[in-house]
Design a protein around this ligand. Structure first.
Ligand code: ROI
Length: 162
């Protein structure tokens, strides 16, 4: 059993419903339980600004799926929900990114864990901190220290404390 954290993001086709459907789909994955889900936050796009705001959240899973099996399962959920990606760093119906997989560090063709940019993204750090304020990354960095680096949180709450 491993604890994995998944970042959810959407800015197309009713983002709140996209996230809720993704959480329901993760809850019925084999050998997997959803232990917690953060609040939903509205965030300004990282990338081109001429796209809608995002809704972001983080889910905490307990799973027996191996990292690549979990990735396959998450990509299947993205595809089931009619994933559209219109351009690089552009709008998308659903993104499910593995942020952390236990304390594992993985660098392979398909997977980089921890997520390469998670520590710079307030729409990841803030919901993650809401779920597990005492989390420590595999390199020893404390999530609480990453929280201190967030200068002004520009996000707004969409749905509190799912
Ligand atoms: N920007 C925000 N605010 N939230 C996201 O989930 C998100 N996802 C992305 C890019 C295009 C980098 N920008 C984002 O993939």
């Amino acid at each position: 059993m491993v604890i994995a954290y998944i970042a959810l993001g959407s800015n197309l086709n009713q983002p709140v419903q996209q996230l809720n459907a993704a959480i329901e789909a993760m809850a019925v994955l084999p050998q997997t339980q959803v232990l917690a889900v953060s609040s939903f936050y509205r965030s300004k796009p990282l990338g081109p600004q001429d796209q809608p705001d995002y809704v972001n959240a983080v889910a905490k899973l307990q799973t027996e799926l191996a990292p690549l099996a979990l990735l396959d399962a998450l990509q299947q959920i993205e595809n089931q929900q009619g994933r559209v990606r219109l351009r690089h760093w552009g709008e998308r119906t659903l993104d499910l990114d593995i942020l952390l997989y236990g304390q594992r560090v993985i660098q392979s063709e398909r997977l980089t864990i921890p997520h390469y940019d998670m520590r710079n993204r307030e729409f990841v750090i803030i919901p993650l901190y809401e779920i597990d304020s005492d989390l420590i990354l595999p390199d020893g960095v404390k999530l609480s220290d990453l929280m201190k680096n967030i200068k002004n949180n520009k996000m707004t709450l969409v749905i509190q404390n799912k």
